[in-house]
Design a protein around this ligand. Structure first.
Ligand SMILES: [Cu+2]
Length: 157
């Protein structure tokens, strides 16, 4: 995230030095400039999550507190594996009983990944996210008597 902050600072500095006084730099131009600066400063790691907020800390209805740790630190294009610890209000560990992923506006999802739960931690392995753009990954979470979902929404470069 420090890299992104630095990239933004560079964009602001560039706008200040190259734009004649009084000229407004449009948001459109800024969106074109940011990826270029990111590439130049080396923070544009190909395929990696472009936004924060990809990993929620609560399930949709608040049933579970979530700790989600991606093996590679961030979602990326290709195969993704991550660990999920879901804890309900009574301290019981929930299980991940299903995972699906889709791209809003695209008529496709992806192959269901492998899920292994043991000792209160579930591992989701080989979730393949092939395209850049916004993905909506739904985790079905369950403990006896309670069910909820978690929505992960990474935006991939
Ligand atoms: Cu797609």
């Amino acid at each position: 995230m420090r890299h992104h902050a630095a990239a933004r600072a560079v964009v602001e500095a560039t706008a200040g030095s190259h734009v004649p006084p009084g000229t407004m730099k449009t948001a459109w131009t800024r969106w074109l400039t940011l990826p270029l600066i990111a590439a130049l400063t080396g923070c544009g790691d190909a395929g990696v999550t472009a936004e924060e907020g990809a990993l929620p800390s609560l399930s949709e209805r608040g049933t579970f507190a979530l700790e989600i740790a991606h093996d590679d630190g961030a979602f990326r294009r290709g195969s993704n594996s991550f660990a999920v610890r879901a804890t309900d209000g009574a301290g019981h560990a929930g299980s991940v009983v299903g995972v699906s992923a889709r791209m809003p506006g695209h008529a496709h999802g992806t192959t269901p990944p492998r899920i292994d739960c043991a000792d209160g931690v579930c591992r989701v392995s080989d979730l393949v996210l092939a395209m850049p753009g916004r993905w909506e990954i739904t985790l079905q979470l369950s403990v006896p008597g309670e069910q909820d979902e978690a929505l992960l929404a990474p935006v991939l470069r």
